[in-house]
Design a protein around this ligand. Structure first.
Ligand code: NAI
Length: 207
């Protein structure tokens, strides 16, 4: 199903709603009100109702939302009802930790290819996945891999991104601490733990 233009902020919150709904689903809860969902996620109910209204009305007034139905609907919106093969570039400290993390596959996001430029790492096998030379990035389109996680040093990030884009990648989760230049058709999401951490001392009690 196609939806109209949806604000990026709404898309970001949908993945948070999904995380809450997955928890409720595993607890065996079948129905949830927007108020209860908002409480569980520390969000506000009108915001949830507004976000969900972009996709039509799913809730029944006074009863709330059917958890499984809403979960499937959000997965459908986020295109998570199919699995997405994902490439990882940079098999260093961060890359190897990400490859071991089991928390991506419940969302249908599987790291199926790993690339590095270090000959000492190329050819190593981890959980059945072989680290490949970066020159093989060019084959990603043929392998139907359109998402990538970027965990290379900052000075290699733009050049690597250009290679990924040329190879048909349309979504990049970037861990390198810089803004990447990409064509409009490509979505980059940059994760920066350091700047999030840097906001935290502000909330410490004055001492
Ligand atoms: P690392 O040095 O342990 O690993 C980098 C890997 O990239 C190495 O295996 C290296 O051989 C490979 N590499 C270097 N140039 C390459 C190229 N042109 N093509 C392919 N592979 C290449 O570094 P670490 O600690 O894993 O960090 C990786 C990146 O993630 C860095 O940019 C770092 O700043 C960033 N980072 C970001 C965090 C965040 O919160 N966003 C947290 C930790 C790291």
């Amino acid at each position: 199903m196609r939806y109209g233009r949806i604000p990026d902020e709404t898309i970001r919150r949908l993945s948070t709603y999904m995380r809450g709904l997955v928890g409720l689903f595993h607890e065996g809860i079948e129905k949830v009100s927007s108020t209860a969902l908002a409480e569980a996620l520390h969000m506000n109910p009108p915001q949830i109702r507004k976000d969900l209204s972009y996709f039509g009305a799913f809730g029944t007034p006074g009863v709330g939302y059917e958890v499984e139905k809403l979960l499937n609907h959000i997965k459908d919106i986020l295109k998570l009802n199919n699995t997405h093969s994902t490439a990882l570039v940079g098999f260093g400290n961060l890359g190897s930790a990400l490859l071991k993390y089991p928390g991506f596959s419940p969302y249908g996001l599987d790291i199926v290819a790993v690339f590095d430029d270090d000959s000492a790492k190329i050819g190593k096998k981890i959980n059945g996945i072989e680290v490949e030379d970066v020159s093989r990035i060019k084959d990603l389109e043929k392998r139907e891999i359109r998402l990538a996680i970027l965990a290379v040093p900052a000075n290699a990030a733009q050049e690597t991104t250009d290679k990924l884009v040329e190879a048909g990648v349309r979504g990049v989760l970037n861990f390198a601490p810089l803004y990447l230049k990409v064509p409009k058709k490509v979505k980059v999401i940059t994760i920066d733990i350091a700047t999030d951490l840097a906001r935290l001392p502000y909330y410490l009690p004055a001492g």
